[in-house]
Design a protein around this ligand. Structure first.
Ligand code: CDV
Length: 314
């Protein structure tokens, strides 16, 4: 018997600045019900899926900033999503801005949670790689202030036994860093879920704008192939408050092939039947990861910022 898991990637179109959580949750519910009708057992929603991408706005008043965060999950606005998912027997990945108190300290994270078919919290991930800047840069057409509003995640890249497989999460910019996949790959990951909000225009390097879609798929496909894992990557897409966000949400097989991809920049569900046993085959027969990796011969040492070459040491 194969471990076949039917997964939905639930892309969202733009969310207006004034659109309330309840209205957004109605959109998530519509996608969830479509997923149920197509036999999905798991649905992946985007990064910061409950609001517009608020880091594009410069705010100095912390009370105003905190209005974009969720102090509890579920809460009054999202409880209905948890209830409906449990009723339908579907698990989900949901990205949101998390406000919490840890050891007496108030903290802000860009977070994703994974909930199973029975409505139990499987695990939480907090975004490690925060792009953008911390101060207002008025010359930009829009801001990207993730470094101002969030702290780097403090949970690492854990994997979880769920959905009959080994699953992990990351968020948006994490997907561009090989370490993200690698840390989960070394734990045998079979399914990596992620949401993203990727502006097509990146002010510091405008020459690269034309390759935004290509680079999105390049890193997803490479991460999947090199680690023998399914990757489900889900955008918030379209023109959101004057900012163009790329779409092309997709489900990538462990072979690196895109098996399905969104065709619009709006709310859209794509579905694939994902055979997790394909990962076992790649991890063992095809590549024999355990037998063929040679970490002691890589000639690298680990520094405080990750892996650095000994040739860089003075
Ligand atoms: N939300 C993101 O993390 N966006 C980044 C952009 C800023 C480059 C991304 O990697 O898509």
């Amino acid at each position: 018997m194969t471990r076949s898991l039917t997964i939905g990637a639930a892309q969202l179109g733009p969310i207006a600045r004034g659109e309330g959580r309840e209205a957004v949750v109605e959109r998530l519910l519509a996608l969830l019900r479509q997923a149920a009708a197509r036999d999905c057992k798991l649905v992946v929603f985007p990064e910061l899926a409950l609001t517009t991408f608020f880091p594009r706005y410069f705010m100095e008043d912390q009370a105003e900033v905190d209005t974009w965060f969720e102090a509890e999950m579920p809460n009054n606005s999202t409880q209905v999503l948890f209830d409906e998912a449990r009723r339908l027997g579907i698990g989900f990945y949901l990205g949101y801005a998390e406000l919490c108190v840890e050891n007496g300290q108030t903290r802000h994270f860009n977070t994703a949670i994974l909930v199973d078919e029975a409505g139990n919290l499987v695990g939480k991930y907090r975004k490690v790689h925060l792009p953008g800047h911390a101060e207002n840069e008025p010359e930009r057409p829009f801001q990207h202030l993730e470094k101002r509003y969030f702290e780097p995640g403090n949970l690492g890249f854990p994997v979880f036994q769920a959905f009959d497989g080994i699953v992990g999460m990351c968020i948006c910019n994490d997907r561009r860093w090989p370490e993200t996949y690698r840390v989960m790959g070394m734990q045998g990951v079979e399914l990596i879920m992620l949401g993203y909000n990727t502006p097509r225009y990146f002010a510091p390097a405008p020459d690269l704008n034309r390759m935004a879609d290509f680079h999105n798929h390049l890193v997803l496909q490479a991460g999947a192939y090199q680690n023998g894992s399914w990757v489900v990557a889900v955008a918030k897409a379209g023109e959101e408050e004057g900012c163009d966000l790329i779409g092309e949400s997709c489900i990538v097989a462990p072979t690196g092939e895109i098996v399905t991809q969104c065709q619009t920049l709006g709310d859209e569900l794509i579905v694939a039947s994902c055979d997790l046993d394909l990962c076992t085959m790649l991890h063992t027969k095809r590549w024999d990861f355990a037998g063929n990796r040679e970490p002691e011969h890589y000639g690298l040492i680990t520094g405080s910022k990750g892996v650095v070459s000994p040739f860089d040491q003075s």
